[in-house]
Design a protein around this ligand. Structure first.
Ligand code: GLA
Length: 740
């Protein structure tokens, strides 16, 4: 029997408010087609999205933004006139999903080559179906039997639209697909837009960038085979000169794909903005045989008229209710312990048992053993691929450790890196052909490892079977699924040269397939997506995983910025955050245990410190703060996040606040990087409370100024604000507000 966790029962209580909201909103009839104007219109949650069939039978955008009245006259779409001899009608007229053909210069959504050399593709409307919250429109090339089903879904609770395409070859010869996007999003014509996006690198993920959208094209992408640290498949576009966190129009989108991807943001010669995203066309080639289909990833798009703060909250709600595998309301995440920073590869039964005892004593609910337990794994040079328990480290298998962890009332999690192999492994010696490679060419290693070609059926079966075996024979509640390098030499020599580039699609599909099958067979098992930190975080992998590892950088101060950037696109529920040792390996910075805890308590809390080095005071602080976290975690993980003061751009302070969905509780986290010139800490004004409800304030850690009332109205906390007593360097305080 799987170890039962007290959390599971508590979790049943929260979802109800949200479920009720979702089901009442679902009653609305959100998709309409007007036969006279030939306009399709989708409405939900204060958003209207409309497009139609124009005079030349192409799908043309009409409107996307704040809801307009049901009887507002949306004009029937009509091609724009030629702008000049260089800018003919097909290229200046915005399109929902353009084939490359007919003189189109912006990014096409679909580009194909036919065997006779024709590369012209012009897609015209054929028919449509409305099935509840989903609309499917079939378009077809003007001459050849290439059909595309364009799918649209609208989420009644958030107004988030999902778009994807299914391309079908009904000709009698194969066609080569060279670019296939999920969608093109078109914004209202304006010149006053700016783009936000996320960039990074290993140990420095989730840096929020901002730039004006000017004529030309900005490309966000990964050519690395997976999502990447460098760019994340999320964007937001704000309108106006001074958009801010809580006001202004914002359009945003997130692509659900964990392989190579691309999102291009263009402003064309008529100042129209288009965002096209899907498979990365770089090195892409999908040979579609007659009768076969290719389905693109999903691209989700949303709109907020209350600034980028609300845009994030909308996206968080959507992820919690519509994306995560345990939706419509996932369980709150347990407090975990992870062994990596404490023991690295040197794991063994006595060492891990001792850590488990200490972890249990501070209130940890899940103990996770990281890398080092399998094969001939002493360091990162050997062992990946050989997923048997190392007998020197665990002479009696994993059972004694797992039993010990259970006896301490925690459940057990284990690290795996299923898609990789070290050349120094039995697996590689037996199957050197299983990795991505071009025959006769060098095999570039990263961290001494190569990438198994998951597109191959034998590799897929091997990976599924060893994981199924591991989960069937051990009481494992959680897998930390790691992925520590990008692709190189992405050849697939076992298939014909023309088919080899399908690896970009089949690899990721097989990854999703394995995750889905494992979850179905082992429904109690939760999974974390880790990729040398935050290298594989996207709405695709989040359909199959319960949390992610945002960064290997666990420095509590750096994490404030990392977490800030992360929450623009992803919910704090999935944001695993460990308290590690100080000074930390990243910056050699010293911070207090409390500072490290409060930094991590803004997400899903974990401890990754070497508890063997802790003194009694550290244990006491940790125990108290873990207990306090359990009292606010539902608010932090499932509530509405307000980024009150950003840690970016050299700010000396940062503040976040989370408000529970029923507005009965708020949690406030305040940080001071460095006091200067004897200034007091800036007053903090809360947001999102019910103005008429009375809230009592209590300290989780630190103090408010002496004249702060012990309780006051939501209006008082939001308008009068609170003064926090913080002075010094790397200081912190946190408070909870509970409705009386
Ligand atoms: C990656 C992960 C770390 C840790 C190591 C183990 O770097 O991001 O958290 O699991 O691998 O080798």
């Amino acid at each position: 029997m799987l170890h039962r966790h007290p959390l599971r029962h508590a979790a049943l209580l929260i979802p109800i408010a949200i479920l009720a909201a979702v089901s009442s909103a679902q009653k609305a009839d959100s998709i309409h087609y007007d036969e006279h104007t030939r306009i399709f219109r989708m409405d939900a949650a204060d958003v209207t999205y409309a497009f139609g069939v124009n005079n030349v039978e192409e799908l043309e955008p009409v409107y996307w933004g704040r809801a307009v009245a049901a009887n507002d006259p949306l004009p029937a779409p009509h091609t724009m006139p030629e702008a000049s001899s260089n800018d003919s009608a097909p290229t200046v007229t915005p399109k929902e999903y353009a084939g490359w053909g007919g003189g189109l210069y912006p990014e096409p959504a679909l580009k194909v080559t036919f065997p006779d050399g024709n590369r012209d593709l012009v897609l015209h409307y054929v028919s449509h179906k409305i099935n509840g919250d989903e609309l499917i429109i079939t378009v077809k090339d003007i001459e050849r039997a290439v059909f595309v089903d364009l799918h649209y879904s609208i989420d009644p609770a958030t107004g988030i639209i999902g778009r994807w395409a299914v391309i079908e070859n009904k000709t009698s010869t194969p066609i080569m697909i060279e670019a296939a996007a999920a969608a093109t999003w078109n914004l209202p014509r304006d010149t006053d837009y700016s783009l936000r996006y996320l960039t990074g690198r290993w140990a420095g993920e989730w840096q929020l960038q901002k730039q004006a959208i000017l004529p030309g094209e900005t490309v966000l992408q990964s050519k690395r085979g997976s999502t990447s640290h460098q760019n994340n498949p999320w964007f937001a576009i704000e309108r106006g000169e001074h958009p801010d966190e809580e006001s202004g129009d914002v359009w945003f989108g997130a692509l659900a794909w964990s392989g190579s991807w691309r999102i291009s943001v263009e402003q064309d010669q008529l100042q129209q903005i288009r965002v096209t995203g899907g498979f990365n066309p770089f090195d892409f080639g999908y040979k579609l045989a007659p009768g076969k289909q290719l389905e693109t990833p999903k691209f989700f798009g949303g709109y907020s008229h209350e600034g980028i703060g609300e845009a994030s909250r909308i996206l968080h709600r959507f992820e919690l209710t519509k994306v995560l595998p345990q939706g419509p309301m996932p369980k709150p995440r347990p407090v975990i312990y992870n062994s990596w920073e404490a023991t690295e590869f040197h794991v063994d039964e006595p060492g891990q048992s001792a850590l488990a005892e200490k972890a249990a004593s501070i209130g940890v609910e899940r103990f996770i053993m990281d890398d080092g337990w399998f094969g001939q794994r002493k360091d990162d040079h050997a062992g990946l691929g050989d997923w048997y328990v190392n007998k020197e480290k665990f002479p009696n298998g994993l059972k004694p450790l797992i039993d010990k962890v259970h006896s301490l009332n925690m459940d057990f999690g284990l690290w795996v890196e299923p898609e990789m192999v070290n050349p120094d492994s039995d697996l590689y010696r037996k199957h050197p052909d299983w990795v991505l490679n071009f025959p006769g060419r060098p095999r570039t290693e990263g961290r001494n490892q190569l990438v198994l070609n998951l597109a191959r059926k034998d590799v897929r079966d091997y990976v599924y079977n060893f994981l199924d075996d591991l989960l069937s024979h051990n009481q494992i509640a959680f897998l930390k699924w790691d992925y520590n390098r990008n692709w190189s030499e992405p050849g697939w020599p076992a298939v014909a040269p023309d088919d080899q580039k399908e690896v970009y699609v089949e690899y990721t599909r097989n990854l999703y397939g394995i995750l889905a099958e494992l979850r179905a067979k082992h429904p109690g098992v939760e999974i974390e997506s880790c990729a040398s930190g935050g290298g594989r975080v996207d709405l695709g992998i989040l359909r199959y995983t319960d949390e992610v590892w945002p960064s290997d950088n666990t420095d509590a101060f750096d994490r404030l910025r990392i977490q800030d950037g992360f929450t623009y696109a992803y919910t704090p529920e999935v944001m695993m955050a460990w308290v590690t040792d100080s000074p930390g390996w990243t910056n050699n910075r010293t911070t207090s245990v409390a500072y490290r805890f409060l930094s991590s308590m803004q997400g899903s809390l974990g401890v990754g410190a070497n508890l063997n080095k802790w003194g009694p005071e550290d244990f006491a602080t940790a125990k108290q703060l873990i207990e306090a976290y359990k009292g606010i975690r539902e608010t932090v993980q499932h509530g509405s996040l307000y980024r009150l003061v950003s840690p970016r751009d050299g700010s000396e302070t940062s503040v976040t606040e989370s408000v529970s969905s029923d507005k009965k509780q708020a949690a406030l986290f305040t940080f001071l990087h460095s006091s200067t010139m004897n200034y007091p800490y800036p007053r903090v004004f809360l947001r999102g409370l019910d103005p008429k409800t009375t809230y009592a304030v209590t300290s989780i850690y630190g103090r408010l100024s002496k004249d702060t009332p012990t309780s006051a109205s939501g209006s008082y906390w939001m308008s009068h604000g609170v003064d926090v007593e913080l002075k010094g360097d790397f200081q912190t305080a946190a408070f909870r507000f509970d409705a009386k």
